[in-house]
Design a protein around this ligand. Sequence first.
Ligand code: 3AM
Length: 509
Amino acid sequence: MASTIGRVSTYLGTSLSGRYRLDAQVGTGGMSTVYRAFDTVLERQVAVKLMHRDIAGHADQLERFRREARAVAQLNHPHIVQVIDAGEDDGMPYIVFEFVEGETLKDRIRRFGRLDIPESLAYAIEIARALAVAHDRGIVHRDVKPQNVLVDEEGQAKVTDFGIARTLDQEGLTADGRVLGTTDYVSPEQALGHAVTGQSDIYSLGIVLYEMLTGDVPFHGDNQVAVAMKHVREELPDIQYRRPEVSSALASVLDACTSKDLERRYQDIHALQRDLEDVLSIETARSGQATGEATQVLRTLPPQTRSRLPLRMRTSWRLAAGAAAAALVLVGVGLYVAANRTERGTGVARENDSTPRRSGAPALRQVPLKARAGGDFDPLGGDGEHADETAFVTDNDTSTTWSTETYSAGLQKDGVGIWVDAAPGLEAREIDVLTTTPGFTAEIYGATSGPPDAIDGWTKLTDAREFGSSERVKLSGERYRWYLVWITSLAPEERNAEISEIRLRARRQ
Ligand code: 3AM
């Protein structure tokens, strides 16, 4: 094989294992160099990642590296860079990947600064889908960062370097005490050397999403260790402060991704994926348009999520899919009504979201509630309001909802409601209510003892208002233990009200 002069590669033009001709160097990192190469057997372009000789020294490391390469080669998914082959030449391991024409997500952020919100969500969803496939097979990426996400010419995100980095990272860490690679996206548990699981990938993906939305990573420091320690100790700068038009729904998803507490972080990539899809459909319905990458991802949303979109955003896909025209018109009209209401209903949240916060204004954060903190409230009818579903409003999963009973002719009582218990008490400044039946009217109440079983026992905090699909209501910041959403009328044409999440936000401590 060819030799290296320092780190300058002279491998160009040579063939690995007599098969992969190295044509051009496309990138280099601390541990490996990526080449554009030509597979002389199948006669196609490929990408070859060649490990540096000095990293490839240890037999046990090599064996682990091979095992990982084999596992990752099993992953076949449109948002994962396909591993084609792996081998060794002259003691140096290499991996052959499909060649992706395009740039890394990091390059893209450097070029454009912060990205559009729907575009950021589209990439995050694609990365989450890739991670979901890997996690289902027990493979944790361990190094999710925009440098490891390639964006192809069609604007699709493809994740690379699955699990492969691990052994080499560890080697790099212990070899001379230095940290190789970036710690900009490292999860607190990884930084502390604790067990790394799928939740670590979720944290890192949250940081990638944060960077897409703001154009910058959340933490900076003099060195990689300083940055890693900030991930362990410091709260993320408030996303809505950095990018005021980010919705409360998106901010909540980001909070739940990047929680340092594993109990409060998303437990499962599938739940995160669903929430990101929900937020994308809400954001798209609000803005009334979708462009570029978001359009592609919207096409692949589950039908239930897609049904939130305005009709014209869905019609052409249905036609393309060859759906029956008559059914299309009927279904379309119903959904158009729903989508219009969704847009109108989110007006208040949008107003709040687009108001830039005064510089120096206190940052608010979502306060985690206990898993079963919700309770139904039906003092007038006495027949209960789906008590078994109340846990769904605090589970950080927008696909599960609590709903009122079905009322075929309007509520026919002063109100019904659902409360959350913020034990031992909380000075909430905002309450976020996410609903799949926007357009209902509700008031917010608080209580310090109870929870009271009559509405008179509660303190009224806000007047009645119409609730959009993601409604943020300002509160005075007085301390209450229980917060009640008291629904006084249903949305027109709805026979119940459904609430997927109730979130309280208070000043950071
Ligand atoms: O150094 P830049 O950002 O220009 O795009 C990747 C990056 O380019 C490229 O190698 C560099 C270091 O990661 N790269 C990585 N995997 C690739 C692949 N499968 C790839 N280029 C094409 N196909």
